[in-house]
Design a protein around this ligand. Structure first.
Ligand code: SF4
Ligand code: SF4
Length: 187
């Protein structure tokens, strides 16, 4: 997963957005702590395997979608149109795993990196009680004994906090609704 752009502080100030910002900060702290103690950590720009093997279409709470939509709005029109086509195709497909329709395949970068969903932020650094680690590449390092001292984040806590932000919906639904709204405004 990888990088671009910076968020606009204070752009959205409602309670779910504040809670989401706090959640981001806690994830960032956990990620920073792990990276500080493991200088050659695998996750980095161009490492996009996780973006290409999503178990399902990404689901986002309204606050996550609001943030992501800001990032999408900042993209060039032809880039956004290409993403729109990818999302429309994904909405019609039952193939799994899912390749994220936002991924820039040429660079392996995320075009909305600073505004990406929570799942993308925590992916390589958190474990879940029933599923363990999510990333096979990191899992292999653990199996090889390469990461004995990592204090992993607890993804069950992340899920609980996300649940407190309200219902989550698939990216395909949020995006289609946004396009309908834009179409209605454009007349
Ligand atoms: S979670 Fe795994 S695949 Fe994703 S960036 Fe990190 S090392 Fe690469
Ligand atoms: S939103 Fe960005 S980081 Fe998340 S899966 Fe898609 S391309 Fe990867």
């Amino acid at each position: 997963m990888a990088k671009i752009e910076m968020p606009q502080p204070g752009a959205l100030t409602d309670l779910p957005m504040r809670q989401l910002t706090e959640l981001h900060a806690d994830i960032d702290a956990r990620v920073l702590s792990i990276r500080e103690n493991n200088a050659d950590w695998l996750c980095g720009k161009g490492c996009d395997s996780c973006c290409k093997r999503l178990a399902e279409v990404p689901r986002l709470t309204a606050a996550e979608w609001d943030l992501l939509r800001e990032g999408l709005t900042g993209l060039a029109a032809d880039h956004l149109q290409a993403i729109s086509r990818e999302i429309a195709a994904l909405a019609e497909s039952a193939a799994r795993p899912v390749i994220c329709p936002l991924l820039d395949h040429a660079s392996g970068a995320c075009p909305v990196y600073a505004r990406r969903p929570v799942a993308c932020r925590s992916y390589g650094f958190y474990v879940q009680r029933d599923r363990g680690l999510f990333c096979h590449d990191i899992e292999k390092q653990v199996a090889d004994g390469a990461l004995p001292n990592v204090v992993w984040g607890n993804h069950d806590t992340i899920d609980q906090r996300l649940g407190g932000l309200g219902e989550s919906r698939p990216l395909t639904e949020w995006f289609a609704e946004w396009e309908r709204e834009k179409g209605a405004i454009a007349g």
